[in-house]
Structures are given as structure tokens and as C-alpha cells.
Design a protein around this ligand. Sequence first.
Ligand SMILES: [Mg+2]
Length: 315
Amino acid sequence: MLTQFRGCLLGLAIGDALGAPVEFDKLTDIRARFGPDGITDLVPWHGLPAGSYTDDTQMTLATIRGMLAAHAAGEPLAGNGWATAVYRAYLEWLATQDDPAQRRAPGNTCLSALRSGKMGSLGATLNYSKGCGGAMRTAPVGLAFRGAEAFRHGAEYAVITHGHPSGYLSAGFMAELIGHLLDRLSLDEGLDRSSETLRIYPGHEETLAKVVQARALAENGTAIDPAIREIGEGWVGEEALGVAIFCALRFPDDYRGAVIAGANHDGDVDSTASMAGAILGTIHGAEAIPAEWIDKIENRQEIESLAVRMHEIWG
Ligand SMILES: [Mg+2]
């Protein structure tokens, strides 16, 4: 099981680092620069070495630090103590953003929500944003919680900054899905069960529609480029979730194939490759990730030690 914890965290960080150099490029430009297969390897970007990740991984690691703090404090699962601890960890992340070396194209909604001095919650949202800044940072929630509880925690951590249902329900879905995959349910079964939970929440229709669409496109054999174009660019939560699910379903046994598909389209490729990487890494464990990528990933030691710590507590 430890290999699945490592696979989830390394998988999401490496997917993020793969897409990072081309986050704001169109697919035609990516192919003009890297060849017909697009970007297929970790390369340097913005003066940073190959394997450097973005805000997606920074905030995901903050989510974990918040959860570990809540666990250490003995916070009851039912209250808002866990979300409050995660909020504090996000504020610590925000403080790092004054350092230019730590600014990795952070999302405006995350910055403005955290700067507001208020913590968004399901009962008191801060805005109506559905950017994918919530969904991109909640995969490891599923390593600690299961089922509807994972969903609720994922949604509560995302709504800290993102108030539109598609912004926080996509995050809840991602969290629950990872938990099912850790328990060795098939991807299809994990998607079914997470969809059942999703349906309970008001405002779920848009997110559910993207999950259904992604599954249909993967099943009917639509080619990768048109399929992803149909799902969307992934800047919003439900589209990022849809693209990640499509990539995982199209490459169910191939971590590399899934994150390359997630990193090569017109949209928010670091987020979609990162989420696809979390899914494949959790299913197959760290052994499925190319070793030379694991060697190159930024901050590998902390990522590995967070995986070990999570496994000690929740494995
Ligand atoms: Mg990013």
C-alpha cells in the first residue's frame, strides 16, 4: 500500500512538472516546439530545472500538511477543525508567494480568496469561482478518508477558495475517487461510486455531466485530441476532472501515456496531467512511474516523507 501512497503523490507532482513548461501554450505551439508527439519529458521552464512543479503541487502538499496538523491536534472528523487546519496551511503557502522563486503561476482565485482574510465554507462561500484550483489540490484527501467522507472533506478544502459547486464538487469527486482506487476498486467502479455521492449535492449537474461525457468519449474510441477538445480546456474544475478521467480511462495501465495525454492540449495542462498522474499513480503505485522522472522531481525528499507519514497514519 505504501507504493500507492507514493504513487499518488509522486504521480501528481510529476504530471504537474510535465505540463508546467507548456501551461499557457496551444497544442499546435507545443507540437511545433517539441515535435509531433508534443511534450513527452520533463524539461526546464522559466529558468527552473526539469522536474520543477507548479502551484498545483505546492497547494496539494499544503493540503497534506493541514491534514497532518489536524490529525496531530486530534480534531474530530465531523467538525470544521480539519478544514480550518487546511486553511491555515494554505495561508502558509500564500506567505511563500512573496518569494519570486516560489511563484509558479498561482491561480488568481486562490490568491484573492486567501488574501481576503476569510475562510470560505459550504455554508458561507466567498465567491462564485469554479476554477480548477480546488480540484487540483485534493487527491491525497482520498488517502486518508473514504467514500462520502472523503468527498465532503475534499469539497470543504476546495470551498475555502472556490465557491461555485463545480469548483468544490469536482474536488470532492477527485478525493473520493482516489480513496476507492487505493482500496483497489476498478476505475469504473470508483467513478460509479463517486458519482453516486456527487448526485447528493445541490448543483452537481455540471460536474456529473463532464464525468459522464469523459467516460463516453473514452469508451466510444474518440481520438485523444478531439475528445479532450470536446470535454474542455480544464481551466474550470469540472473540465479538469473530465480531462483527467478521460486520460486515465484511455491509458488505464500506462502512467506515462496518461500524463502525456493530460499535458498535451490547449488548456490547463499542468493541472490535468497532475490529476491524471494522481489517478494512475494510486492505481499502480510508484513502480509504474518512470524512475528517471522520480529522480528528477523537485523536492522529492519531502514528497516521499509525506507519503510515508500518511501511510503510517492512514495506511
Ligand atoms: Mg499550476
